[in-house]
Ligand binder design. Structure first.
Ligand code: 13P
Length: 285
C-alpha cells in the first residue's frame, strides 16, 4: 500500500465482505506503534483516529509523518483519520497537510445546518481524494473534550439518514443506535431494528462510535447488520494507564519512559488484538 490512505476502499471492501475495520484512537508514538504493529501482525486494515485534542497535543504533522512511516513499512491498508472535528477550517488545514479521512461532527446542529457543514467538508475533501464521515443523531457520553449529556442523546432516524447521505454525498455515516462514548452504567441496549432499517435505506458504510465496554456479541451483531467501522478509545486507554500505574507502584524510582511505557503498550496490544478479532478484520490482506 505504501502510503496513508483514505477510508474509501477499505470500508467498501469491509462492507462487501461483512466485517468491520477497527478505528483505534491513538495519542502519541507509543499508542500508534501498538496499533500499527498489531494490525500488521494480524494482517488487518486499520484506521488511526485522532480527536482535536489529540491532534493538538501530538501535532497533526507528527501524526501524519508517523502514519506515513508505518504505511511504508507495513503492507496493510492504514488510514489516518480526524475524529469528531467540529471546525471546518481545521479539517481543511489537516487535509492540506496529508490527512485523507475526516469526521465532521455537526450532529449537535439541526438537520439543515448539519447538512450544510457536511457538504462543505465533502466538497473540499473530495478534491483531495479524502473521505468524510458525518454523524446523524447524537451519541451521549464523553469523548475527550466532547461531552454530551444523556438527555441530549438522540437516535438516528432511518428516513432522515437516507436524505442526509443523498444530499451531502458523505462517504460514511456514524449512526446513533444506543452506544455512548466511554463506560456504561448498565449493559448498553442497541436498537438493531433501527440499524437494519438504516442499512436498508443507506448505501454508504455505517460507523459504530462508542464501542468500548459494549459486549463482544453485540458488536458482532451490529457488524452482521451492516456496521463497517468500529471506533474504540476508552478500552485502550484504561489498560494502558493501569499497567503504567502498576509499574510505578512496583518501581517507585522509575524514570525511564522506555521502561515504564512498555507495560502500557503490552496491555494495550492485547486489547487491540481482541478488537481486531471482534471486528473480523484479521487476515483480510
Ligand atoms: P469509546 O471511547 O467509547 O470507545 O468511543 C470511541 C469513539 O467513538 C471515538 O470516536
Amino acid at each position: 500500500m505504501n502510503e496513508v490512505l483514505s477510508t474509501r476502499d477499505m470500508l467498501k471492501r469491509a462492507q462487501k465482505c461483512g466485517y468491520a475495520v477497527p478505528a483505534f484512537n491513538i495519542h502519541n508514538l507509543e499508542t500508534l506503534q501498538v496499533v500499527v504493529e498489531t494490525a500488521n501482525e494480524m494482517r488487518s486494515p486499520v484506521i488511526l483516529a485522532g480527536t482535536p485534542s489529540t491532534i493538538e497535543y501530538a501535532e497533526g504533522e507528527n501524526i501524519v509523518s508517523m502514519a506515513k512511516v508505518a504505511a511504508s513499512k507495513y503492507n496493510i491498508p492504514i488510514a489516518v483519520h480526524l475524529d469528531h472535528f467540529e471546525n471546518i477550517d481545521d479539517i481543511k488545514h489537516y487535509i492540506d497537510i496529508g490527512f485523507k479521512s475526516a469526521m465532521i461532527d455537526a450532529s449537535h446542529e439541526n438537520f439543515e445546518d448539519n447538512i450544510k457543514k457536511v457538504k462543505e467538508v465533502v466538497d473540499y475533501a473530495h478534491r483531495y481524494d479524502a473521505t468524510v464521515e458525518a454523524e446523524l443523531g447524537r451519541l451521549g457520553g464523553q469523548e475527550d473534550d466532547l461531552v454530551v449529556d444523556e438527555k441530549d442523546a438522540m437516535y438516528t432516524n432511518p428516513d432522515s439518514a437516507k436524505e442526509f447521505v443523498e444530499i451531502t454525498g458523505v462517504d460514511s455515516l456514524a449512526v446513533a443506535i444506543g452506544t455512548a462514548h466511554g463506560l456504561y452504567k448498565g449493559e448498553p441496549k442497541l436498537d438493531f431494528e433501527r440499524l437494519k432499517e438504516i442499512r436498508a435505506k443507506v448505501e454508504v458504510p455505517l460507523v459504530l462510535h462508542g464501542a468500548s465496554d459494549v459486549p463482544d456479541d453485540l458488536v458482532k451483531k451490529a457488524i452482521s447488520l451492516g456496521i463497517c467501522k468500529v471506533n474504540v478509545a476508552t478500552d485502550l486507554k484504561i489498560p494502558f494507564s493501569d499497567a503504567v500505574k502498576k509499574y510505578f507502584k512496583e518501581n517507585p524510582e522509575a524514570n525511564d519512559p522506555r521502561k515504564y511505557m512498555t507495560p502500557g503498550k503490552e496491555a494495550m496490544k492485547k486489547i487491540v488484538q481482541h478488537k481486531i478479532k471482534v471486528c473480523g478484520s484479521e487476515n483480510r490482506y
